[in-house]
Design a protein around this ligand. Structure first.
Ligand code: SF4
Ligand code: SF4
Length: 497
């Protein structure tokens, strides 16, 4: 019950938490396939229309409430954005546990003054915390918006990271193959009605081929203009080769930059070294600073393994000091890294390291949502059914123009640049990696986190279990971290309200 003194209801909702690819919310998490087709458009600008007062409203289905402290609770669900409510807003929301017309809620049964009451009801409605009783079922349709393509422009790299899955052949993509790859991406995008194409220039170390990036992206820009499909581009780099000239080129091309950084000093060097064995931290740090000094804010991709988990708090502190967007991704074993047993994620060690990093974030909450970047492949900002775009909205081109479904399986190609609509071939393939919907995964179907977690990386699950239709081997880690990640978002919303 409410105390005698009634606070004005407060409903705090993040304005930038849906998964539109931006510099911050890049669910690539370093190197993966951005998918996150939203299940429902989460509208925030509905106004109370005529006749609405005849309708009965209820709390949005599948909403969950978690206490943050004595004053605030966080409300999350599949049909609305994450919202923080103070006690009187929560009281008001709970009145809709049973169906009510908006007019039924009066100052008498809510003890809130008339103006505040009307404003609060409108806010509950606009943020979809309450929905019409007869229209309350989840709109669980996947709406593809972005077709992502990984362009493996070189297999070469100046580093030899212990978890790398590449053989490092001295092979680059030719300009002709690169253009053909971009053409086939736009072809599939047009044929399958995508509004946006996202190109990821990757390797190896993509910046070993910066002139190629320039030429290819100029070509992509011309196709974007021709087809009226929005173009987004990002360069994935180890950060060691950055110069002011390269940053200037990226800016001119409107390309974003993602840099891998796994720790400060030795915690980075322990898994990211040059071919000769020297650690790369100093050069990556210099690269990040050059980017910042020249006007590009790089996204930082952190791979968390059994080796560097302990160093996460210091790394996160450094990242927050520099106000950099980041994503935390868990190490995934591959054939080449399997012999390094200490990279394996030991559950308790990893949870400890992550929670210690979350504590650091709590002390220095950034003014951007972290829901898409705190826990591996999960995105808690927007409900979705699949962990990534593999097999749905993702093409991976090798340097010869062959097309694979995931960059970690570059050798398993299913199509090529010559195919009229390679995306359809990729979608129909039943032999390679299968990226199932979370609803098809045993152990996930009844999980409260399913539409944010979606059961983890299919490849990692298959490697650990031999199955695609089962929950992630990291499930316990995820379940330990999700409530904490949500709590951080709640505290962040309060801080910036
Ligand atoms: S299958 Fe796994 S490794 Fe491949 S893109 Fe998806 S999340 Fe990343
Ligand atoms: S992997 Fe675990 S946490 Fe994720 S949806 Fe499945 S059961 Fe839930």
């Amino acid at each position: 019950m409410l105390s005698k003194k009634i606070d004005r209801p407060q409903i705090l909702v993040s304005l930038n938490s849906t998964c539109i690819p931006t510099g911050q919310c890049d669910c690539d998490g370093g190197d993966c396939a951005c998918d996150l087709s939203p299940l429902a458009e989460l509208s925030s600008d509905i106004s109370l229309s005529l006749g609405i007062f005849e309708t009965e409203f209820v709390i949005s289905p599948n909403s969950q409430i978690m206490n943050l402290d004595d004053t605030y609770s966080i409300c999350y669900g599949t049909d609305h954005k994450v919202a923080v409510l103070n006690q009187s807003a929560l009281y008001l929301l709970k009145l809709f546990t049973n169906p009510h017309k908006l007019d039924d809620i009066t100052t008498e049964n809510s003890h809130i003054n008339q103006i505040d009451l009307q404003t609060a009801i409108q806010e509950l409605y606009q943020s979809r915390l309450i929905v019409p009783k007869n229209n309350s079922s989840s709109k669980l349709n996947e709406i593809p918006e972005t077709l992502s393509a990984w362009l493996h422009i070189t297999d070469r790299c100046n580093l030899r990271c212990d978890y790398c899955y590449l053989p490092h052949l001295a092979r680059d993509m030719s300009i002709d193959i690169g253009k053909a790859a971009i053409e086939s991406t736009f072809r599939s995008a047009s044929l399958n009605h995508y509004r946006r194409v996202k190109l990821k220039y990757a390797g190896g170390e993509a910046l070993l081929c910066s002139p190629l990036i320039k030429e290819l992206h100029l070509y992509a820009q011309s196709l974007s203009k021709e087809t009226d499909i929005i173009l987004d581009g990002v360069v994935l780099s180890n950060g060691t080769l950055i110069t002011s000239e390269i940053i200037e080129m990226l800016q001119r091309l409107n390309l974003r930059l993602m840099i891998s950084l796994d720790g400060l000093s030795d915690f980075h060097n322990i898994q990211r070294t040059y071919a000769g064995g020297k650690g790369s931290f100093q050069d990556v740090e210099r690269g990040i600073k050059i980017a910042l000094q020249n006007g590009i804010v790089p996204d930082i991709s952190i791979t968390v393994s059994g080796r560097n988990a302990e160093g996460l708090p210091d790394l996160i502190e450094w990242i927050l000091e520099h106000n950099l967007p980041f994503s935390l991704n868990f190490y995934r074993e591959n054939e080449l890294s399997a012999s390094y047993e200490d990279l394996q994620l030991e559950e308790s060690k990893l949870i400890q390291g992550m929670l210690a990093a979350f504590k650091v974030i709590e002390l220095k909450l950034p003014n951007r949502s972290l829901l898409g970047s705190l826990v591996d492949r999960a995105n808690l900002s927007s409900p979705h059914k699949r962990t990534c775009g593999v097999g749905q909205s993702y093409l991976v081109f090798d340097y010869q123009g062959q097309i694979a479904k995931c960059q970690m399986q570059l050798h398993k190609t299913v199509s090529s640049v010559d195919t009229q609509d390679p995306l359809t071939v990729v979608r129909q393939d039943k032999t390679g990696i299968q990226n199932l919907s979370v609803e098809e995964k045993e152990g996930c179907r009844t999980c409260e986190w399913k539409y944010w977690c979606t059961g983890g990386c299919s490849l990692a699950t298959f490697k650990a279990t031999g199955r695609y239709d089962i929950q992630s081997p990291n499930c316990n880690i995820y379940k330990a971290l999700y409530p904490e990640a949500l709590r951080l978002e709640g505290l962040r919303l309060i801080k910036y309200s």
